[in-house]
Write a protein that binds this ligand. Sequence first.
Ligand SMILES: [Zn+2]
Length: 391
Amino acid sequence: MPWSPSILNLPWMTITKIEAVDPVRIEADYTGPVRCPHCASERLRKKAPFVRQVRHESIGQRLVWLVLRGYKYLCRACGRYFRQRFPGLLSYQRATEPFKSEVCQDHHDGICQSRLARRMRLGTATLERWYHRFLERKMAERLNAACPRVLGIDEHFFTRKAGYATTFCDLRKHRVFDVVLGRSETALEGYLARLKGKERVRVVCMDLSGTYRAIVRRHFPRALIVADRFHVIRLIGHHIHQLWRQIDPTQRWNRGLLSLLRRREDRLDPQQYQALAAYFQAQPAIAALSRFKQELWELLRPRGLNPPACRPLIRELLDRIWQLKNSPFPTLAALGQTVEDWQEEIARMWRFRRNNGITEGFHTKMEMISRRAFGFKNFDNYRLRVRACCC
Ligand SMILES: [Zn+2]
């Protein structure tokens, strides 16, 4: 019966016999050229035969055992003995590379280790070892990847013992470029000093962290720093709500009211709007404060503008900063000072569209990766998995 050799997904293999039970048993012969692994000579003498029985890619839901016949050879050129090797099957391995890749891809796509191991009749440790190599290979493909043009930098929590880690995110291609342990200048110094292609980076998006700003200015000389809109808006809200609690301490624990104050005015439904309006009637100072906050938020919302469109906004921002800094409340004066320190980076938000929402999204994914593994102790393993899964 003429069997197509390509069904095996291995070169030079001819099927000689199939027992189509479960597991399927396929006997095959290697028909390709045999060379000495030491000197590549083809002057060989055939010696004793042997049989290798290995796992191979599934056919449908059925598991496959591949039985390969080979020979021991004597090389006449170098005088050494060797056992014949087969393409797609490494020495000492009891599974072919296509099979490993099948299992690893299934695991990578989300089938949990224990279930997959049971279905494939493998040990979990074997699966883990294969998967680890699979990730290493995946990461090696991106080893020499150039620095992204638009970079997002943010910190996230790793473990209580090791502390925080810094994420470098490619905001144009929506993937994690790298994660590095630590968030201080000294912790990141070594990594950034070794990083290649730093001059490619044109835009860096970050929260209002002085440390990261100093690092970026030093290591990415050609990059423009853009503040992250989410963090700026949150910072403004935080300061204003702090002041609100000082002005009206009786409502401090009123969660419903706080939730209403935190929202965008135009997203309130009529009932919520009325509730807030009633509160503002009783507290005119807070009404003014809330108005100021809403206007400031609205000022920061536009994106992707051209320079002429930014100009009036810059004037308005400077005006707002002046108002904040000259406020009698220390909370607002402090906010004014922070915004002034970051005014250039904040003003650039109007020109750009990207923000660190992508990075924050990846942080959620990393948390999931960490939880699925019941936490990581070794940062290198964590990094390997994050880089392979967040792309
Ligand atoms: Zn030889």
